[in-house]
Design a protein around this ligand. Structure first.
Ligand code: ARG
Length: 463
């Protein structure tokens, strides 16, 4: 039979091809719980303002709850010819209960889908915030196992200065905490109720918007209901979807950078870590291979999350107010983004528990004395040499050592003297790595004191 939106105005139903092209129930059925939640609140309000009798409201509520149970258990039959999740549920309700025909009073699918989506994103953010915390805990655990591990820190992928592995890992904890705060911010901003906006211009019926908002938890910190302030904005606004996908894209970029660090560290060339067998895969051809595919996929999936954000922005950029069917295209980008970042977040958290630093390989890499060339500059500065000059002198020593094929601390005394006549061998004490690390006491620096403080702080915050 013809979709309910066409009855009356149309003589025939849509062609088979049109129905197939326009349907969205194959993917927007994911909104079913939010759709029913919204309908229950709307029906309660219609009863409160006298547009539904007590009996009608009771029937509608019982009917929606029965349908919810059937959807949950997989027994509900979805009909593509009924277009979307909203009409599937309403049509089935009305088939069972005459009062179902009153449920859509003062409502349009335009404000209905807007409320469903806000509820869905809100729930999704709550779940994602927890998943991110779980990943942060895994990072902190690995950092806690690695406080004694020093590795080179890199700029330009060139060895730069020594850091602790824990310090490197805690950098990602900082990024993830910023991600969480962005999602929380998005949640706060989207938490307004669009119901009562109708198709675009509200309703002439005496709807109680604040009541619905309160029912659905669209309230501010002080519990006051929040309703959208412009009906035209409310039905065409997808900013919250864009914001969610933008924050997700940045999260995905952070996860991708972490994955890339793990991939590099896991290579034979670095050899800083080993990843447990359960999180690597073999090659169909080369029997010796153990590949970090999980990390590579996390890196790769950032691409589609960024693509989803771009798709949404392009989708919106030319749309005139208010609702346009184009907006139906938002859902798959949103769902795919949410599913992808949650899967990446979860799998990385599990993988990190299977990552171990290889102390010997790390020690060998960090033993490169050039990593402490900057410390030598600082030592000269302490003796009153202007920084620019000290930088130049040590640079000359590095070049000379390279020419002679010897490590910097072994550069012969006469060579040092030729570069800087005031040289004395006590300066070479800077090349003691453990003491060099102890000297890094500034807030935010990789010295053991600071790193242990940060570790304790995160352990407490994430407990
Ligand atoms: N399935 C539609 C969407 O996702 C719901 C709103 C439809 N409204 C309309 N007037 N056709 O956007």
């Amino acid at each position: 039979h013809a979709p309910i939106s066409r009855s009356g105005r149309f003589v025939s139903g849509p062609s088979e091809a049109v129905a197939r092209f326009t349907e969205s129930v194959s993917f927007d059925r994911r909104l079913w719980a939010q759709d029913i939640q919204g309908s229950l609140a709307h029906a309660a309000m219609l009863h409160k303002v006298g547009l539904l009798t007590r009996a009608e409201y009771r029937d509608i509520r019982a009917g929606l709850e029965a349908i919810a149970g059937e959807i949950r258990s997989g027994h509900f039959v979805w009909k593509p010819e009924l277009e979307d999740v909203h009409m599937n549920i309403e049509a089935e309700l009305t088939r069972r209960i005459p009062a179902g025909a009153k449920l859509h009073t003062g409502r349009s699918r335009n404000d209905q889908v807007a409320v469903d989506l806000r509820l869905w994103v809100r729930d999704e953010i709550d779940g994602l915030l927890e998943d991110i915390r779980t990943l942060m805990r895994a990072l902190v655990r690995l950092a806690g196992r690695s406080t004694e591990i020093w590795i080179p820190g890199y700029t330009h992928l060139q060895r730069a200065q020594p850091v602790s592995a824990a310090h490197h890992l805690l950098a990602y904890v900082e990024m993830l905490e910023r991600d969480r705060s962005r999602f929380r911010d998005c949640r706060r901003r989207l938490n307004e109720c669009p119901l009562g906006s109708g198709a675009l211009a509200g309703s002439t019926l005496p709807l109680d918007r604040a009541f619905v908002a309160r029912q659905l938890g669209f309230v501010d910190e002080r519990g006051r209901p929040r309703v959208t302030r412009n009906s035209m904005d409310a039905v065409s606004d997808r900013d919250f979807v864009v914001e969610f996908c933008a924050h997700a894209a940045l999260l995905a970029v952070h996860l991708s950078r972490l994955a890339e660090d793990l991939i590099l560290w896991n290579s034979a060339e670095f050899g800083f870590i080993r990843i447990g067998d359960a999180f690597t895969t073999g090659s169909s051809l080369m029997p010796q291979k153990k590949n970090p595919d999980v990390a590579e996929l996390v890196r790769g999936k950032a691409g589609r999350v960024i693509g989803n954000l771009t798709a949404l922005l392009v989708l919106l950029k030319g749309l005139p107010l208010t609702y346009n069917r184009d907006l139906q295209e938002d859902k798959e980008r949103l769902f795919d983004t949410a599913d992808t970042v949650r899967a990446c977040t979860r799998v990385l958290a599990q993988m990190l528990d299977e990552v171990e630093f290889q102390p010997d390989r790390c020690a060998a890499a960090v033993a490169d004395p050039n990593l402490l060339a900057t410390d030598l500059v600082d030592a000269l500065v302490r003796r009153g040499v202007p920084f620019r000059q000290a930088h130049h002198l040590v640079g000359a020593a590095v070049a000379r050592a390279e020419q002679l094929g010897c490590p910097l601390p072994q550069l012969p005394r006469e060579e040092w003297k030729r570069i800087w006549p005031e040289f004395d061998p006590s300066l070479l004490e800077v090349f003691d790595l453990a003491r060099a690390m102890e000297r890094r006491t500034l807030p935010g620096s990789p010295g053991p004191g600071q790193v242990n403080r940060e570790l304790k702080l995160w352990q407490r915050r994430l407990a």
